[in-house]
Design a binder for this molecule. Structure first.
Ligand SMILES: [Fe+2]
Ligand SMILES: [Fe+2]
Length: 129
């Protein structure tokens, strides 16, 4: 993980694991809400952090990357509002979708940002030599 992207993606994955298990076991809505809320807070923080970095370094893919963040947050906020109305909106399929989506973002979209940041470092090292 690049030092600038300090928030740990692993934490996001761990929380989605916890939520997934919670849903599979049919645990209470309260429990699911707790995990979902923690996940959303962490994701919002993490996305903001990345967006600040992308702006600071004039990352060329910033618009598309931000769009993906917005899309994931929309899905998450929909889940939150359904849960708050006492609905249990996530079947196994939905959780799978969310997980795949998140992992694709982390492995693909975030990875490209990370490579870009390493490239900048390498370039400025060369200049300073
Ligand atoms: Fe990320
Ligand atoms: Fe991202």
């Amino acid at each position: 993980m690049h030092p600038l992207l300090e928030k740990d993606h692993q934490q996001l994955i761990d929380l989605i694991d916890a939520l997934d298990k919670c849903v599979l076991k049919g645990n209470s809505i309260n429990q699911a809400t707790k995990y979902l809320d923690a996940f959303v807070t962490l994701a919002e923080d993490e996305f903001k952090n990345e967006e600040r970095i992308m702006e600071a370094y004039k990352y060329p893919e910033i618009i598309d990357h931000k769009k993906e963040h917005v899309r994931l947050l929309e899905q998450l906020h929909t889940l939150q509002s359904q849960l708050s109305k006492g609905q249990t909106p996530f079947g196994k399929d939905y959780m799978q979708l969310l997980r795949n989506w998140l992992e694709t973002h982390l492995l693909d979209t975030d990875n490209r940002l990370e490579e870009f940041l390493y490239q900048i470092n390498a370039d400025s090292d060369k200049k300073n030599r």
